[in-house]
Design a protein around this ligand. Structure first.
Ligand code: SF4
Length: 531
């Protein structure tokens, strides 16, 4: 999508008819204005607005996609289930809809209206699109539901791989534009920080557009190809293995080199005289390591390159790369400087392995104390295979991080700081599309949610540019009143399901029923909210 390609008028052109119920005209409108976000698209009949979420249908502004309503599974023996079919979403077995359920509101505590497809209200002081009453364990509850428009948002991407993707702080590019950077590596994973207000607003228009495009793709669990300056090209997709320089990653390391030595030391000691676990960060050397000492292994006399940290643990044995253990080496012996005379003995058996067991070689020292590669004995191979067995599958994890501590709060309460305080006191449960959201400590309402636990196609964009993402605030009804909530705008569940808050033309609300993801707790049932 490029800016305004889907809409055919900019604010100020023609005489728009406001389509939010505040100015219907009897004359056939040429265009109608969508005021659900600051873009204020002027939309002709039969066309959609710039975000593809709203359309002009015979002079009426309609929402194009349905609001997603979650339902708790009533029994595991539910009638025939059909695959999740949100438009554009891939079939996902964790998200299914029961076609036999007719919306029986006696089960209203089993139903949760999500922000996905719920619409936005603008300007901010207007109450959120849905403020829904419900009951949970007999307690009167209210859920404030909206699609937030997030200018302050990013994705934190964890890529399970030892391979060198790029130096920390290097730019990550999507379609040539800088959209984020490599951030601090974590245990067995390289981390990216993508998006954010700097790329959305601080660069060129193209940079902003590419940033939201990438964020929307990844948030919606679609693949996207990125490059890192001075590093790798990758295909990232939430819940799937990363593809680095055209190669699909398989294994996430069992641990660093030192950890691998510690884990398997007893097994190694029974078959080898020395084991070196090659790692870009901490290479482990068994007989020097405390694990080898505790097993009374004599020193082998191996002399390693790199910087010794503590006994049996070496940093910087090589440069980062796509070789053994995330280093740039293909020849493991290159990290061995020599063998200490009088200590090393001919016939010494040496295993060198990577942290995933994908690379492993077996050597025996000859009379000149030179390691000579030999076929790996079965009992050694078995341990190397066990390293691989203990590796988890390599995955990409995508967390959405959004700042909801700004104007969005005005759709919840007339006194926004009370919402912030109530969240910090755990009186309000924050969810994103029904998925649990971690709320960062400190000021503001900075939430983080795993996109894999959200319904498919939860994310959209508007050309300001910004990301559209669902967010729900659930609390006791009396707490909502206490924080100055929009009590007059509370809808019963029945009312909420029969129309959208902004949709006053009498047309039924398009909705889509999904069973909640098994991994998610029920959004209305979280203590201490319910005491
Ligand atoms: S971009 Fe904004 S104004 Fe345009 S259709 Fe979408 S929500 Fe409405």
């Amino acid at each position: 999508m490029t800016e305004h390609t889907k809409t055919d008028g900019l604010p100020g052109m023609d005489m728009p008819v406001h389509a939010n119920g505040e100015g219907h005209s009897l004359a056939k409108p040429v265009k109608i204005e969508c005021n659900a976000c600051p873009v204020l698209c002027q939309i002709s009949d039969g066309r959609t607005g710039a975000c593809d979420r709203y359309a002009n249908r015979a002079g009426v502004l309609v929402r194009v996609d349905p609001v997603v309503v979650l339902r708790r599974e009533l029994s595991s023996a539910s009638p025939a289930l059909v695959a999740f079919d949100r438009p554009g979403a891939e079939a996902d077995n964790s998200q299914r809809v029961d076609p036999e359920w007719n919306g029986d509101l006696l089960h209203s505590d089993e139903v949760f209206v999500t922000g996905v497809g719920s619409s936005t209200t603008y300007p901010d002081y207007k109450p959120a699109p849905f403020i829904v009453a419900s009951k949970a364990r007999g307690v009167d509850m209210v859920t404030v539901v909206t699609e937030g428009i997030f200018s302050y948002c990013s994705l934190k991407v964890k890529i399970d791989t030892d391979r060198f993707l790029g130096a920390e702080q290097a730019n990550v590019r999507y379609r040539g534009e800088a959209v984020g950077h490599v951030t601090t590596a974590e245990y067995g994973s390289q981390m990216l920080s993508l998006g954010g207000v700097h790329h959305l607003t601080g660069g060129s228009k193209k940079e902003g557009r590419m940033t939201v495009e990438l964020m929307q793709l990844l948030g919606n669990k679609k693949p996207a190809e990125c490059t890192i300056d001075g590093g790798a090209s990758m295909v990232i997709q939430a819940g799937k293995a990363p593809i680095v320089n055209g190669v699909e990653e398989q294994r996430m390391r069992v641990g660093c080199g030192s950890a691998a030595v510690g884990i398997f030391a007893r097994q190694f000691a029974s078959v080898a005289d020395e084991v070196v676990v090659v790692d870009d960060h901490i290479t482990g050397v068994l007989t020097e390591h405390q694990a080898g000492k505790c097993l009374d292994m004599p020193r082998s006399g191996v002399q390693m390159r790199g910087r010794k940290s503590t006994p049996g643990r070496y940093f910087q044995v090589a440069n980062p790369g796509n070789g053994w253990g995330g280093t740039d080496i293909d020849e493991p012996l290159s990290i061995i400087e020599g063998w200490e005379e009088g200590v090393a003995k001919p016939g010494l058996r040496l295993l060198m392995t990577s942290t995933t067991g994908e690379h492993a070689q077996w050597y025996v020292l000859d009379e000149a104390l030179q390691p000579v590669e030999q076929p790996m004995p079965t009992e050694v191979r078995r341990i190397v295979e066990r390293i691989g067995e203990n590796c988890e599958p390599s995955l990409c994890t995508v967390l959405f991080l959004g700042g909801a501590g700004g104007s969005l709060r005005a759709g919840v309460t007339e006194n926004p700081v009370l919402l912030t305080r109530a969240i910090k006191r755990a009186l309000v449960n924050v969810t994103c599309g029904g998925a649990p959201a971690y709320v960062w400590p400190g000021g503001g309402i900075t939430v983080m949610a795993d996109v894999m636990r959200m319904p498919g196609n939860s994310f959209g964009t508007v050309p300001t540019p910004a990301i559209v993402a669902p967010i729900e605030f659930s609390m006791r009804r009396d707490d909502y009143a206490a924080l100055g909530g929009h009590m007059d705008s509370i809808l019963s569940l029945e009312q909420a399901l029969s129309r959208g808050a902004w949709q006053d033309d009498g047309a039924p609300l398009a909705r889509q029923w999904l069973a909640i993801d098994d991994a998610n707790p029920w959004p209305l049932g979280q203590p201490p909210m319910l005491g």
